[in-house]
Structures are given as structure tokens and as C-alpha cells.
Design a protein around this ligand. Structure first.
Ligand code: HSE
Length: 419
């Protein structure tokens, strides 16, 4: 371990000093929120909060915070004035090492890093408790939406039965633009990058990995145990075409990339996939960079939280709310959101729902038989669709669907239909 001394409680003045690790989209947003909203931050925290250091490999000549930039984490850990460390670097390493060292040296940590939280969240919460500090991560799910605190503090009287979320701003922005403006995939991805929504490697967005980590965090919180994101079957949006949207439209619906989990008697199911949603679903009108998370509780019914899921200032707002929580909870550790014990997910092939199946060619003489095998499926032919047809299945297990589809000549694809 490192040599920094634990922070001396005696040196804390009236103001809280924070250090930001990573001066990128979110880190620079955190500095702006603390600077521009210092009045409301001070009112909420009961004291001023200011940035003393910014750790980054780069220099920022001309930036108002250029004199705060350091290149060695040790400078921050050696300064007893720093009480809270904001981690906005992204990625697992070196973030995990830096955050572990900060917690061990008695600093609180607030992070927006979903990869770090999904992989090491329980461990870091335990480490924080051992050192009587806090590890908070509101911004890791839903950007600026106060979703995790709602789960922790408000959705506490219900058994949560279902979570369905539009959890990735980049892909929601892309799907919206592609559908409404007929924009090309590459063009909208570029726009999302320019707006600061996309991950450094956009595969994390478009392949669904980012949404996967977020639904893993939400499910871990709701179940109180570690859900490994590697266990969650994940599909992205890269294979979607205009034809899929034509089918969705014919069903009076739309396609959204959803992260879902279902707490059932047969176990907990989770997945990330593009799904057809009806125009009656509240998720239908969640467009552009907006995210929304819908929870279904046994007493409450449905509740949906909605807001900007990515971008510098919305995400930074959530990070700063965590920094304020660290000031409000000095000397006590908020109980961990979940424990390290691993929750084994149920086999996704046993999950029962409806699907849209696309098949090349014209329906043949076996159509009735096929409809029966697909749970009493109905034929769907969007207007003007040539050379293929669709079947909307009845409720059936995903594993059974896979088996039937493997025997269909001309099978193109299958898509979940959200109930
Ligand atoms: N790339 C992420 C998104 C950023 O688009 O949602 C916020 O986690």
C-alpha cells in the first residue's frame, strides 16, 4: 500500500476541499457546477465546497483551473485538507487503484464511473465503511437522474418486481435521430460524440455494454447482492436497420435499447436488448439523450424517473450531489447499497415473453404449423414490405423460440416485444 497518512480530522476548516481525478467531459463539468452553483451547493452542504486539485495526465493552458492541475495522485493523498475525491476518469484501472487508496486514506469518494461500480462497487463500499467514509456513485446510472438515491431512500416499502430502463443516452439519441430524421448511423454517432455523450470507445454504447453495467448496478441495489454484469445477456443496436423500425411502426410502437430485470419466483432475469415498445408505454416518448428508468413495485405499481442520461453538466450535477452527501454524512458511513455475495441470475432461455420473428420470402404451406409452434403467432406485413414477413409470437420461453427459429428456413432475426 502507499505511504500517505490518514487524514487528520483536526485540520478540517469550514470549507470542504475536493480533488477531481480526470478533467474530461464529466470532471470539467464538476468543476463548473461547484464554481457556478457555489451558492446553492453551500446552502445544501452547509459549507463551501471548492476544488483544490485536478489530477490529469494533460496540461490545460488557459483553463481557469490550470493552476490546480497535478499529475501525481500522491500530491492529493498527502494533502490533509482534501476530504473528498471525485473520480471521473472512467475505466477500471487506474481508477480502482486510485479510489481504493483514497478510501484507505480516509477520503470520501464520489464517482460517475459505471464500469468501476459494476465491477468493484460492493468491495469499495466495504472499504469505505472500514475507514468510516463514504463511496457514492449516483451519476453512474442515468446521468443526471437521481435514480439510485430514489431506490435507496424512497422505493423502500415495496418488493420491486421489474426494472425497465433506457439507460444509454448515446444510443437513445442515435435511435431517435435515425428514426425521425433518417440520419445515417455514422453521422449520428459522430454527433453523439461531439455532444460529449459517447464513451471513448463507442462500442461500449452501441453494443449495449454501458447499459449492461447500469442494469447490473440497479439490479444489485434492488436485490442487495452483487449481480455480475458478465452474466447479463447483452445485445446492442448495431444490427438494427430501417426494416426493423418499419415492423415496429406497423405494431404502433418503436424500438428502444432497454436494460431490464425481472424479480420472479423462478429467480432474477436480466438482459440488455433492443425491444419493441408500444406507444402506450411511458418509455415510448423518451427520446434523444434522455434516459428513463421504470420500476414496478408490488404496492406502488409503476414509477418512472426521467431526465438527461449523459452530457457534462447533467452528469456533473449528480456527482456534485454526492459530494454534498459526503459533507452531510461526515463521520458516518451510509449502509452499503449491496453486499459482495454474488446473485446467480436465472437462465435467460427460461424467460417467457413475446417476440417479433422476421423471415425471408413468402409465407409457405407450413404457415399454420409455424404459427402454432410460435405460441399462436400472428402474421405481420408492414405496408410495402417485400421479400420477407414477420410473425408476432404469443408468450413463449426464449429457449423454445430459439429452437423453433433454428429450424426456420429464411430466419432473419428475432426481437423482444416489451409487455
Ligand atoms: N455514454 C454514456 C451514455 C454516458 O451515452 O449514456 C453516460 O453514462
Amino acid at each position: 500500500m502507499h505511504s500517505s497518512e490518514p487524514r487528520d480530522e483536526g485540520v478540517r476548516g469550514k470549507d470542504m476541499k475536493a480533488a477531481i481525478l480526470g478533467y474530461g467531459t464529466v470532471g470539467s463539468g464538476v468543476a463548473s457546477v461547484l464554481e457556478n452553483n457555489s451558492d446553492v451547493v453551500a446552502k445544501s452542504a452547509g459549507e463551501q465546497i471548492s476544488v483544490k486539485y485536478i489530477l490529469d495526465l494533460r496540461e490545460f493552458p488557459g483553463d481557469p483551473n490550470e493552476d490546480k492541475v497535478v499529475h501525481d495522485i500522491q500530491v492529493i493523498l498527502d494533502d490533509p485538507e482534501v476530504e473528498t475525491v471525485v473520480e471521473t476518469m472512467g475505466g477500471v484501472e487506474p481508477a480502482f487503484t486510485f479510489v481504493s487508496r483514497a478510501l484507505t486514506s480516509g477520503r470520501n469518494v464520489a464517482t460517475s464511473n459505471k464500469e468501476l461500480v459494476a465491477k468493484h462497487g460492493a468491495e469499495l463500499m466495504e472499504l469505505a465503511a472500514a475507514h468510516k467514509v463514504n463511496f457514492f456513485f449516483e451519476a453512474s446510472v442515468g446521468g443526471g437522474i437521481p435514480v439510485l438515491r430514489a431506490v435507496e431512500e424512497s422505493l423502500t416499502a415495496d418488493h420491486i418486481q421489474k426494472i425497465s430502463g433506457i439507460l444509454n443516452g448515446t444510443t437513445n439519441y442515435m435511435l431517435t435521430k435515425m428514426k425521425n430524421e433518417g440520419a445515417s448511423y455514422d453521422q449520428v454517432l459522430r454527433q453523439a460524440q461531439e455532444n460529449g455523450y459517447a464513451e471513448r470507445d463507442p462500442a461500449a454504447d452501441v453494443e449495449g455494454y454501458d447499459a449492461c453495467r447500469k442494469i447490473a448496478i440497479l439490479t444489485s441495489m434492488v436485490c442487495g447482492k452483487q449481480v455480475d454484469f458478465e452474466d447479463i445477456p447483452t445485445e446492442g443496436i448495431t444490427k438494427l436497420t430501417g426494416v426493423d423500425f418499419a415492423y415496429a411502426k406497423a405494431m404502433k410502437g418503436d424500438i428502444k435499447l432497454l436494460g431490464s430485470s425481472f424479480m420472479t419466483e423462478d429467480g432474477v432475469f436480466a438482459r440488455v436488448a433492443p425491444e419493441i415498445i408500444s406507444d402506450q408505454s411511458p418509455l415510448y416518448s423518451v427520446n434523444d439523450v434522455y434516459n428513463a428508468v421504470m420500476f414496478t413495485g408490488d404496492m406502488l405499481g409503476d414509477v418512472m424517473l426521467y431526465g438527461k442520461g449523459a452530457g457534462s453538466l447533467p452528469t456533473a450535477s449528480a456527482v456534485v450531489s454526492d459530494v454534498i452527501q459526503t459533507a452531510r454524512n461526515r463521520g458516518k458511513t451510509v449502509p452499503a447499497a449491496w453486499k459482495k455475495d454474488r446473485l446467480a441470475l436465472a437462465d435467460s432461455r427460461d424467460f417467457c415473453c413475446r417476440f417479433l420473428v422476421r423471415i425471408k420470402g413468402e409465407p409457405g404451406s407450413d404457415l399454420q404449423e409455424l404459427k402454432k409452434a410460435l405460441g399462436g403467432a400472428k402474421l405481420l406485413r408492414p405496408e410495402g414490405m417485400d421479400g420477407e414477413y414477420g410473425l408476432v409470437t404469443g408468450p413463449m420461453k426464449a429457449g423454445e423460440l430459439e429452437e423453433v427459429c433454428s429450424g426456420i428456413e429464411g430466419f432473419i432475426s428475432r426481437m423482444y416485444i416489451k409487455d
